[in-house]
Design a protein around this ligand. Structure first.
Ligand code: G3P
Length: 217
């Protein structure tokens, strides 16, 4: 499973990228607003830093303006994936941009039928939002599984990009169920390294290092 990092914070992307943990980056208008940066400027900086796809989202609601915005975003760098919402206008924009050879990430997906439409419209990525479904006591991971089955039934090449990931468990479950990509905030990716028994074991080793006066350097 590829790891995308869901942030527009350059320092955090750089730290994970230096460790080989970043296969791509996703942003959205909320993350851009949180960064306090100009969308074109910060997106260019991210594209220069990371080799993989960098999702940048349109902000218009109608297809013509979305398409114009998408074309402008796509000019930032070769690794831009234009992000469009899963609306009818978003699907129209997806089809037009993918026909032009631009990568498209269709976002705000909450049903298998929406994912089927995005694949038909030529999406490179479909972004089902796991956490926001779980928030409503629905099963976000079940949606990922349904999309996996449908895409595999018909050989769709659209990649399933599990989004709205809130915990390390979400990452494990997305990997088990066969998501192609998971995008997560940096803190969630870092939390995957944590285990209470690792901490306890290390504390035991350190106590013995102290007792025996073990030194290496
Ligand atoms: O990847 C989509 C993400 O940015 C939304 O996450 O936690 O706001 O539902 P969240």
């Amino acid at each position: 499973m590829k790891f995308f990092v869901d942030t527009a914070e350059i320092d955090q992307i750089k730290e994970l990228n230096d460790l080989g943990m970043v296969d791509g980056v996703t942003t959205n208008p909320s993350l851009i607003a949180k960064s306090g940066r100009d969308i074109l400027e910060v997106t260019k900086e991210i594209c220069d830093l990371v080799d993989g796809p960098v999702s940048a989202e349109v902000v218009a609601l109608d297809a013509d303006t979305m398409l114009a915005e998408g074309r402008k975003l796509a000019k930032i760098a070769d690794n831009i994936a234009v992000k469009v919402p899963l609306t009818w206008a978003g699907l129209q924009t997806c089809k037009a941009l993918s026909d032009e050879g631009v990568m498209v990430n269709v976002t705000l997906c909450f049903s298998a039928n929406q994912a089927l439409l995005a694949a038909k419209a030529g999406a490179t990525f479909i972004s089902p939002f796991i956490g926001r479904l779980d928030d409503l006591n629905l099963d976000g991971m079940e949606l990922i599984g349904d999309i996996r089955t449908i895409y595999d039934n018909y050989g769709f090449e659209t990649q399933i990009l599990a989004a709205s990931i809130r915990s390390a468990n979400h990452m494990k479950d997305a990997a088990l169920i066969g998501a192609d990509v998971a995008t997560a905030p940096p803190a969630v990716i870092k939390a995957m390294a944590n285990h209470v028994l690792t901490d306890k074991g290390l504390a035991g080793f350190m106590a013995d290092v102290e007792k025996a006066g073990i030194k290496i350097l």
